[in-house]
Write a protein that binds this ligand. Structure first.
Ligand SMILES: [Zn+2]
Length: 165
């Protein structure tokens, strides 16, 4: 089997939402492009992260360092909370279903799935568990609509730009 992107024969990663399979270096480029896209849609990133022992923190720290090699990535209790697309989608759905107000907090990254972080675990040298656990609602949705979390994020970004959130 060859990588769907570079066509080289390498060890490939399988994702739940697409039939395409990627080698590690193409998966890293794919996620980097997605993170940069988020930075273009939102403000310049905050380079202060909230410390926690989680896969999300390790992923966030690794990619901020990779994307901003000349900047210092700081750690603080008031920093940006490490997160994932799974958690962001859950927070939005939970707010809608239970008629709650969405907390105005900053998170990073908002658009990377836990499963994508898991696939790069060796690459980012993380042995921590994800803080956010997938739950029944998300699993059920994903089973029926594999790319639904991406759509939920797009709706969230749309609502944010229209100041509904
Ligand atoms: Zn590749």
């Amino acid at each position: 089997m060859n990588c769907s992107s570079c066509k080289k024969t390498r060890e490939l990663h399988k994702l739940s939402y697409t039939d395409r399979k990627y080698c590690t270096s193409c998966l890293v480029s794919l996620l980097e492009r997605r993170i940069k896209k988020l930075f273009r849609e939102k403000n310049t990133p905050n380079l202060i992260l909230k410390k926690e022992d989680s896969l999300e923190f390790d992923f966030a720290f690794f990619f901020l360092k990779k994307l901003f090699p000349r900047e210092e990535i700081k750690i603080s209790n008031n920093g940006v909370k490490p997160s994932s697309l799974d958690e962001q989608a859950f927070l939005l759905l939970d707010a809608f279903i239970n008629n709650k107000t969405l907390e105005k907090k900053t998170y990073f990254p908002e658009n990377i799935l836990i499963e994508e972080m898991e696939l790069l675990r060796d690459y980012i040298k993380s042995s921590n568990k994800p803080r956010f656990k997938n739950n029944k609602l998300l699993n059920e949705l994903k089973r029926n609509y594999p790319d639904v979390l991406f759509s939920i994020l797009q709706s969230k970004l749309f609502l944010e730009t229209k100041s509904f959130l």
